[in-house]
Design a protein. Structure first.
Length: 321
């Protein structure tokens, strides 16, 4: 590990997420960051996507498994007083180079204010770009899970898949399949089907906003049969997601409060107030069901909660002796 630098250095590392790759979806700051860089470092495919912005730059191309090499190259050039742009498609802080770069810098003795400035430039990540192409599948709660087990143990990934499916999140799958990793997407489908209908809508989007863009709308039962690779993001709906007129939509939940989305609230609901099954209201529902003779186990199944949660509500309802 190198000792912290004490001499003033004017180097800079800019971690640039430039979005899907299309020029019109690149932020102004992403373009200006690349423009001010002396050195541009990136995965070969990313470099190709911004090749017209690289005239006069020192360009360092790295392969798929050379992420740490990119970090070390950036550190070394910045220590020479250069401005370095480490580039990535999507958002460089989402499954990107921002994390490992900070790790390498901190382990090398760098600290904020020590002479080398580090800036992160956000970009539209793949799930946002892909969602925009198919409608509005992310309008309600969602999560992203990478199926790459190159750095994450599969049992950890499987546990996250199961939890997300059980909790009814819309799920975005990154790194779903590669030339060597072909079974992960099949196993992911098996896990998701434990908690989701086979007819759950799925969007399979490859190379969003690029020349070879392709979009496939399918179902959870059929998704593993689609053309899926490393440039693909898979969006899996929740229990309320639907496809209509070729658009994949996840309702925000207005129908829980408003009659036919016309502005009038349904019986028992008030605009601007928590639902009758909100934080406090659901407990009243539990007590009402108990009064009607339902047992705790039945109520727990209805709400998909542990019996202990229902029993806690019961205890709260009982005045202390």
């Amino acid at each position: 590990m190198n000792a912290p630098d004490t001499a003033p250095i004017t180097g800079k590392i800019i971690l640039v997420g430039f979005g899907p790759g299309a020029q019109e979806h690149m932020s102004y700051r992403a373009r200006s960051a690349i423009a001010e860089a002396d050195v541009v470092i990136g995965y070969s495919t990313y470099v190709k996507l911004v090749h017209d912005l690289l005239e006069g730059k020192e360009v360092i191309r790295k392969g798929m498994t050379e992420e740490l090499d990119r970090c070390n190259e950036a550190w070394e050039h910045a220590r020479q007083g250069k401005t370095v742009a480490v580039i990535s498609s999507g958002d460089i802080g989402v499954y990107g180079m921002a994390g490992p770069t900070y790790e390498v810098l901190l382990q090398s003795g760098w600290r904020p204010g020590s002479g080398i400035t580090v800036e992160v430039v956000p970009g539209a990540t793949a799930l946002s770009a892909c969602a925009a192409l198919v409608g509005a599948p992310l309008t309600h709660d969602f999560c992203s899970i990478s199926l790459s087990d190159l750095l994450t143990p599969w049992p950890v990934i499987a546990r996250r898949l199961d939890a997300a499916a059980r909790a009814d999140f819309v799920v975005a799958l990154y790194n779903p399949r590669s030339g060597r990793r072909t079974g992960q997407i099949v196993e992911a489908r098996r896990i998701l089907l434990k908690h989701r209908s086979p007819e759950t809508p799925v969007a399979v989007v490859k190379s969003a906003y690029r020349k070879k863009q392709s979009i496939q709308l399918t179902t959870l039962a059929q998704m593993a049969d689609c053309d899926i690779g490393m440039l693909t993001t898979v969006l899996i709906g929740n229990s309320s997601t639907f496809i209509d007129e070729g658009l994949m939509i996840t309702p925000r939940g207005y129908a829980n409060k408003y009659a036919e989305l016309g502005g009038e609230t349904v019986a028992g609901e008030k605009a601007g107030r928590s639902l009758s099954l909100g934080l406090d209201g659901w407990k009243a529902e539990v007590r009402e069901r108990l009064a009607q003779g339902d047992v705790a186990a039945e109520i727990a199944r209805f709400f998909d909660l542990p019996v202990s949660e229902i029993e806690a509500v019961m205890e709260d309802a009982c005045p202390p002796e």
